[in-house]
Design a protein around this ligand. Structure first.
Ligand code: ATP
Length: 304
């Protein structure tokens, strides 16, 4: 069964084509991610699907309901995470859960929600007195008050510390464990790889790749990545000619060569470094990642 079905979606702001005719679907029970750099069109897309923005062209159905014509029904069945700054500051955790719950026909018991988000001891605390991480968990709890079939998260971990990020990841996994659908956007490729069954990679308003993370990496790379640092600069141009190397990328101090012949390339690389009076100070051999796919398709990193 299809949770989200998008066809020929377009959205323009003045001269800016934010979303340029994209189509995709999300299956019920799937965790689906839109991955892309700033300005790729992720927020525009997710907010159109949520019914928060109007589309210019195309069709969007959520749980079989057209968002343009049946938005009030859609809203009963989806959960949207508010920015923590948008929470009413003077209501307690419990009051907010009760208030938000009153907007919906269907509810999860507040006790379940505080348990799920580890807010049990904070029920009587007003939102403005919560820590950043607790406020973040509260905004997640509020997105779940109506036991939504689809949980929408727009860049849910941007700017969070590792512990808070982990809490979001745990919640997404638990929610998926209940058979629910999660639709998230992110510009962290590790997040997409860790959480998503399938990922749409977006750039300049278009979907440039779509599939399971490991499948996308396999589709675009038969090679592995050899990522390394040296104590002396090596020119990427010279590395291109080394045995087995298909291409080379550079990110600040790190160089990465892609090769399907890792032992041969590694030996050649070490010999090359030695001939330039350089030493490899760290080497990591890994399968190609979504970041590598993005670099291959666009020539850029997701986060410049
Ligand atoms: P980010 O990761 O920075 O949130 P994004 O992938 O979510 O980026 P969008 O926020 O959808 O991308 O923006 C896509 C493009 O549309 C950008 O060029 C942005 O400047 C533009 N844009 C987005 N919202 C508006 C708006 N309300 N008015 C005008 N232009 C907008």
């Amino acid at each position: 069964m299809i949770a989200v079905d998008v066809e020929g979606l377009k959205k323009q702001y003045g001269d800016v084509r934010a979303v340029n005719g994209i189509g995709f679907h999300v299956q019920v029970g799937e965790t689906f991610g839109m991955l892309g750099p700033n300005g790729a069109g992720k927020t525009t897309t997710i907010e159109i699907v949520e019914g928060l923005r109007q589309l210019d062209e195309g069709k969007v159905c959520v749980l079989g309901l057209d968002v343009r014509h049946e938005l009030s029904k859609v809203k009963q069945r989806i959960g949207i995470q508010l920015q923590t700054a948008e929470l009413p500051p003077n209501l307690t955790v419990r009051e907010l859960l009760d208030l938000f719950g009153s907007f919906f026909d269907r509810h999860l018991p507040p006790d379940d929600l505080v348990g799920l988000l580890d807010l049990g001891e904070k029920q009587k605390v007003v939102a403005k007195n919560l820590s950043g991480g607790q406020r973040q968990r509260l905004s997640l709890a509020l997105a779940l008050v109506n036991d939504p079939d689809i949980l929408f998260l727009d860049e849910p971990t941007t700017g969070l510390d590792p512990q808070a990020r982990r809490a979001v990841w745990d919640l997404v996994r638990q929610w998926k464990g209940r058979g629910k659908t999660v639709f998230l956007t992110t510009h962290y490729m590790e997040e997409a790889e860790a959480l998503c069954d399938r990922v749409a990679i977006m750039d300049h308003g278009a979907i440039i790749a779509l599939g399971a993370p490991e499948e996308l990496a396999r589709q675009h790379f038969t090679e592995s990545a050899i990522q390394f640092q040296t104590d002396r600069d090596l020119g990427p141009e010279d590395l291109q000619g080394l045995v087995g190397v298909s291409h080379v990328s550079r990110d600040h101090g790190d160089l990465t060569v892609y090769s399907a012949r890792v032992p041969d390339t590694l030996a050649a690389l070490m010999a090359h470094a030695e001939s330039r009076g350089a030493r490899l100070t760290s080497v990591q051999i890994r399968p190609a990642s979504l970041e590598d796919v993005f670099i291959k398709l666009t020539g850029r990193r997701i986060r410049e």
